[in-house]
Unconditional design. Structure first.
Length: 89
């Protein structure tokens, strides 16, 4: 065994803030929408001749992109706020 003393590391526990909850919801929403197949497994209403099943999924591609971008911007804001409060302490 090693004779070197072990340095006790203080493990930071994750902090749950309202902003982080919103970030999580933005990232989870597309998965829930796509895994809930019975909500969109139908033909009507059609959009420019495309059955609902297909255009609903394509719409979620755009929505997922927007939600991911929002989550990323919120994460950046959260990290900047944490660094600002950490440097003042």
């Amino acid at each position: 065994m090693s004779d070197a003393p072990e340095v006790a590391k203080q493990v930071e526990r994750p902090v749950v803030t309202p902003m982080r909850v919103v970030i999580g919801l933005c990232l989870v929403a597309p998965f829930v929408a796509m895994l809930w197949v019975s909500s969109y497994a139908k033909i009507d209403p059609t959009f420019i001749g495309i059955p609902f099943f297909y255009w609903y999924q394509m719409l979620w591609v755009l929505i997922s992109t927007a939600l991911t971008m929002i989550a990323y911007k919120l994460w950046q804001r959260d990290q900047r706020a944490r660094k600002a409060t950490g440097s003042q302490a």
